[in-house]
Design a protein around this ligand. Structure first.
Ligand code: ATP
Ligand code: ASP
Ligand code: MG
Length: 333
């Protein structure tokens, strides 16, 4: 069955044309290179701020991996639109490039690091038409983190605190850059707490277009909960509710996805069967779950480029990448 594209795609399609797609570094004008430098300063601030905060909060900083037998299936998330999985053979074994480190996070968090984070390169060969959503790249970085025994609320509170501190810090320390980018006034400090909406309620109120409605009508980031998706997000089988969450940025869209996790073997197997996810690809996770070694946890992943894109007000995500990775457009670097 073809995966439905999000309503956001049609909204963004009107705004971007082929000519307006980001160019590689060597084709930029002097003014565009200046802009790139400003974005570089903002990115450096964001990376430094986020890593400091996670370390200060007692998280272990793990380095990412690229090749594994097991990676995120990105299925059956209705938002996922992948053209091709990247696989290759090494030492006689078939491995995949990382689509997200969710499986690694669950295993590492259960066995060794109760609080962990990583900046993880994600390869997702998005369909060509996603060049025009403005928010999809075929390579990007997730700040992926996980906390043993945490609740969904614990994670949302942590993210809110870090995000509001980040904007406050940026406005104080990078005023000149934000002014030059035309974002100082419009990037507002974030008043907490953020609103939390249930996806079902939004669907009832706004119909299928709920996502566009919420993105275009909010002036600050908002949480969406209860979203049916991959087997690793916690689903209450009694009432069908999902204990997960997305953070949506005004004018842009999703910047974070996360959840409380499934850790019970029977539930994971049931969901894999229901979604036609190959259990073969998740042997270790299933073994640990069966042995009772998978621990309850919660976490999330923040798309770094989307976060920076929103902060600087860029039209296309490729503008905040030194080497743009635009769906369907492959530059030399
Ligand atoms: P979308 O629905 O917007 O395609 P997703 O729900 O498929 O995203 P997740 O699997 O939840 O994405 O990935 C976690 C985060 O990584 C997202 O919230 C987003 O910030 C970022 N992200 C996902 N896909 C991309 C992409 N193609 N380019 C840039 N960032 C992305
Ligand atoms: N990073 C996400 C999470 O923690 C998983 C994903 O990439 O979809 O749930
Ligand atoms: Mg998501």
């Amino acid at each position: 069955m073809a995966k439905p594209l999000k309503p956001l795609e049609s909204l963004a399609l009107e705004k971007l044309s082929e000519e307006s797609l980001p160019k590689p570094l060597d084709e930029l004008s002097d003014a565009e290179l200046e802009n790139k430098k400003l974005v570089g300063r903002v990115t450096t601030y964001v990376l430094k701020y986020l890593s400091n905060k996670f370390v200060d909060n007692g998280f272990e900083w793990l380095l990412p991996v690229v090749f594994s037998k097991s990676t995120d299936p990105l299925w059956p998330d209705p938002g996922a639109s992948i053209d091709k999985k990247v696989e290759c053979e090494i030492y006689g074994e078939t491995v995949k490039t990382t689509s997200s480190m969710i499986v690694h996070k669950m295993v590492a968090c259960s066995l060794a690091y109760p609080k962990l984070f990583t900046f993880s390169p994600n390869i997702r060969i998005e369909k060509r038409e996603r060049a025009y959503t403005g928010i999809h790249a075929y390579e990007f970085t997730q700040l992926d983190f996980e906390v043993r025994y945490a609740s969904a609320q614990d994670i949302r509170s942590l993210v809110e605190k870090i995000l509001s501190g980040l904007i406050e810090g940026l406005k104080k320390d990078l005023r000149e850059e934000l002014v030059a980018l035309g974002r100082y006034k419009t990037l507002r400090e974030i008043e907490l707490p953020l609103e939390v909406y249930d996806r079902m309620e939004l669907l009832k109120k706004h119909g299928d277009n709920w996502e566009n409605k919420i993105i275009s009508s909010s002036s600050k980031p908002v949480w969406i909960t209860n979203i049916p998706r991959e087997f690793y997000d916690f689903e209450d089988f009694k009432n069908g509710r999902w204990d997960n969450y997305d953070l949506m940025l005004p004018g842009y869209g999703e910047v974070l996805s996360g959840s409380k996790r499934e850790w019970e073997y029977n539930k994971i197997v049931k969901k894999m069967d229901r979604d036609n996810v190959r259990k073969d690809n998740y042997q270790l996770l299933l073994k640990l779950a069966k042995e009772g070694k998978l621990k309850p946890s919660a976490g999330a992943g923040i798309g770094i480029e989307r976060l920076v894109q929103w902060i600087v007000g860029a039209k296309h995500i490729g503008e905040v990448q030194p080497f743009p990775k635009i769906p369907g457009v492959v530059y030399e670097l």
